[in-house]
Design a protein around this ligand. Structure first.
Ligand SMILES: NC(=O)c1ccc[n+]([C@@H]2O[C@H](COP(=O)([O-])OP(=O)(O)OC[C@H]3O[C@@H](n4cnc5c(N)ncnc54)[C@H](O)[C@@H]3O)[C@@H](O)[C@H]2O)c1
Length: 374
């Protein structure tokens, strides 16, 4: 499928995150056009289309029949991602899917199979992969500047009121949300932990529902992850931590450590190749923070008129990667296999909490991220 100068998008799912995609599409109007807005609820689609453009439809098949487009942004509830994405892929479209790609690995695999058949591009939103803080930490790890990775912590200490869960029938259900604090809210930070520490091989977890009613899923999850490298990880996902604190990633190695708190790099200490860390009987903190040596992306954010980590700003960088991949200039940075690997940790945590046993990921067909099949 040849790509026109301006990529024509259909947006499916005109809810909270659909509105963010609309904002990003407007910011990128030089490179793309929003030509169709689809929602089962016409009034919601009308509202988004009035703000950002596009012809309104109440189903993807209607939109496919009525308007030409090249790519589809899937912003429906998670358990309705596969049906929309697969329909789009079968029609030869490129696809952006909101996180997480789906609620089960089997459904994710169905999307992967449809993509392989279509030969088009798919990215799964994980906007914090594109934060300057994340890029700095992952680059330091790639260069070996944290040394041998030893441990990491993904902690989401958030609060969601009962009104949040009551705001949509799908929220807090296994079928459509796929999980609670760890899946819906925590998937970003778990994805960063996995991006940092590599292939996960075993998970043990407890989950509980302690501060909310009328939800099937957990509002607190704690767990541990063993990685192939030997590194150990801690998971803590909560929507029951009033009044809501931060999402935090810590990564530690024998030559350095890094902390990202609420998308900002708050601590980093590295030992660049060719230098030696000082042998210390005891470690010390404080002066070892090397934050001032890094470009924290404030210039990039200022140029975009945004704060680092702001939702539309981060989505915008993932959109830019997708558009560059369509032109053949870049590789897709977060594809289905990457998302599958992170979601497999969360689903293993749920299975462990149900069975009381550690869950091995070696047998679950956890994909090695070798993204983009086209
Ligand atoms: N990347 C992020 O930071 C982020 C933030 C919030 C939500 N999300 C993800 O975005 C997705 C949607 O979440 P939300 O909070 O916007 O939900 P929402 O309920 O606000 O919006 C979902 C919309 O999809 C519509 N819809 C449902 N099934 C449909 C179908 N088959 N075809 C067309 N429209 C359909 C609904 O009518 C609704 O308007 C979820 O997967 C969620 O995990 C991502």
């Amino acid at each position: 499928m040849s790509i026109p100068n301006k990529v024509r998008f259909a947006l499916v799912g005109a809810g909270i995150i659909g509105n963010q995609h609309g904002t990003v599409m407007r910011e990128l109007a030089d490179e793309l056009d929003l030509v169709a807005v689809v929602d089962l609820d016409r009034a919601k689609a009308d509202k988004i289309a009035a703000q950002y453009g596009g012809t309104v439809y109440t189903s993807l098949p209607e939109a496919l029949a009525g308007t030409d487009f090249d790519a589809v942004a899937v912003c429906t509830p998670t358990g309705a991602h596969a049906e929309v994405a697969i329909e789009a892929l079968h029609s030869g479209k490129h696809v952006i899917i909101e996180k997480p790609a789906e609620v089960t690995l089997a459904k994710t695999d169905e999307i992967i199979a449809a993509q392989q058949q279509a030969g088009t591009l798919v990215t799964v939103i994980s906007q914090h992969r594109f934060d300057p803080s994340t890029e700095i930490v992952l680059e330091a790890i790639r260069k070996g500047e944290l040394g041998r990775l030893t441990s990491g912590i993904a902690s989401i200490d958030w609060w969601r009121g009962q009104t949040y869960y009551d705001s949509g029938d799908w929220r807090g259900t296994w079928a459509l949300d796929g999980g609670g604090a760890l899946m819906n809210q925590g998937v970003h930070t778990v994805d960063l932990l996995v991006a940092a520490l590599g292939n996960p091989v075993e998970v043990f977890a407890y989950t509980a529902t302690l501060a909310h009613e009328r939800i099937e899923v957990e509002d607190v999850a704690v767990g541990v992850v063993k990685f192939e490298s030997g590194a150990l990880g801690v998971l803590h996902g909560s929507t029951a931590a009033f009044p809501g604190l931060s999402a935090r990633l810590q990564v530690h190695g024998d030559k350095g450590s890094a902390v990202i708190d609420n998308d900002k790099l708050t601590y980093i200490h590295t030992t660049p190749q060719g230098t030696e860390s000082t042998e210390a009987f005891f470690g010390s903190s404080g002066p070892s923070n090397q934050l001032d040596q890094y470009d924290l992306g404030n210039d990039r954010a200022a140029a975009a008129g945004a704060n680092p980590g702001q939702l539309s700003d981060a989505h915008r960088h993932q959109y830019l990667n997708f558009l560059a991949a369509l032109r053949g200039d870049e590789e897709i940075r977060v594809g289905l296999a990457e998302n599958r690997r992170s979601v497999s940790v969360i689903l293993a945590a749920y299975e462990s909490a149900r069975t009381g046993q550690p869950v091995s990921l070696r047998q679950s067909g956890t994909a090695q991220p070798k993204d983009q099949t086209s």
